[in-house]
Design a protein around this ligand. Sequence first.
Ligand code: HEC
Ligand code: HEC
Ligand code: HEC
Ligand code: HEC
Ligand code: HEC
Length: 270
Amino acid sequence: MLAWFFSGAFLIGVVLFQPIPAVSAETTDTVCYECHGNMPGTLGEPVKLWRSSIHAENGISCHSCHGGDSKDMANAMSRDRGFLGVPKEKDIPAFCGRCHVGVLKDFKASAHGRALGKGGPTCVSCHGNHHVLKASLELINEKSCSRCHSYDRAKVIKTAMQDTEKLIVDIEGRIAAYKKIGADIDRLEKGLFAVRNHFHSLFHNVDVEKVKKEASQIQSDLKKLEETLAKMDRTQQRRKIAGVVTVAVALLAALLFHLLGKTFKHEKDV
Ligand code: HEC
Ligand code: HEC
Ligand code: HEC
Ligand code: HEC
Ligand code: HEC
């Protein structure tokens, strides 16, 4: 029990205190996928799907989600070792939400969360269960979102978010370019980090009005970052011009010296 409490606290800690160090799946072999990997059908399938998931990439393995003892072949799936089994549909959000605390909170408060068990989606309806990939706006698409209702409201959310995402990507690129030449971009990076986090917490509410309102707030925050970048661009431009002028003056001076030298030599020779 106590061990469970601590491992639970640890897991929550792992997600709350990002960045999470990547653990290579190869260095953390478990009996779970050793045994399941050789099984046919639905018992073996999860291993194949999980291998190329973002969870495998980050060291989140079978037992991280399902519990159990990943080192003991004989007692791996014992309830005494914390094995949780397969969650029922209505328990899936809490199952995933042990680690994705903020997402769970937004989901529960949303129209989707309120429809849980009554025709609403769970986390796996959109992300899948074992082949979970890095999330993106591509997840909002007609095929996926029109399984239960019309695509209209989904489309409004996607459009509002796509415009904002474009701005974020553009600013990211410009900051990266300044980083390469060693400019001081500390404050810009911090600013963008905060805005990006705010942005990626918009979706799970699936509240069309809220997404539209907050997306425009986020866009005005991004405009401020763009203004700072534009100022830096102008300074950079001035420096470049000053550089070109300096070089030109230096060349001109060198040429003059050269010519003078020649004239002087000529006079001496005569
Ligand atoms: C020695 C082989 C073996 C090992 C080791 C093993 N499993 Fe299983 N697992 C099975 C078999 C066989 C079944 C199907 C029969 C059953 O449910 O007991 C199964 C079923 C499951 C199920 C579905 C249970 C259900 O209620 O439908 C899950 C989830 C699961 N295993 C996860 C794990 C995890 C997590 C681990 C490691 C902590 C693990 N297994 C280790 C053989 C194994
Ligand atoms: C990110 C969490 C997560 C990880 C990691 C994970 N599972 Fe699952 N697994 C689930 C969920 C959620 C379900 C229930 C899915 C559903 O109802 O769609 C499930 C269902 C299953 C089932 C029941 C059969 C099925 O496909 O519905 C088995 C067996 C299983 N998992 C085994 C494994 C094994 C073996 C691993 C490691 C390779 C693993 N799982 C890794 C979350 C996870
Ligand atoms: C044991 C903790 C844990 C559990 C349980 C868990 N995850 Fe994760 N998940 C992580 C970690 C760690 C990452 C990688 C770091 C990150 O991006 O947050 C991750 C990444 C993700 C991502 C990609 C996030 C991104 O940045 O694009 C999605 C989507 C996701 N998980 C969905 C799920 C779903 C759905 C479930 C339940 C089936 C689940 N997770 C269960 C720990 C967990
Ligand atoms: C209706 C579909 C849908 C459902 C249901 C859903 N998600 Fe998502 N999820 C998305 C979309 C779309 C994104 C990408 C949003 C973005 O790019 O900002 C996302 C993003 C994420 C991310 C990455 C966000 C971040 O903060 O970086 C995680 C983690 C995640 N979802 C986990 C979950 C979990 C856990 C649940 C269940 C409690 C869940 N999702 C339910 C569609 C869904
Ligand atoms: C498994 C069924 C299911 C899937 C899949 C699904 N939804 Fe929903 N959705 C519901 C239910 C049920 C409601 C609540 C009743 C309603 O408003 O239609 C809802 C409501 C909504 C609302 C209205 C929210 C509000 O506060 O009025 C939006 C927006 C929405 N969904 C977007 C999406 C998007 C985007 C996707 C795809 C990424 C999606 N849904 C996928 C079942 C689903």
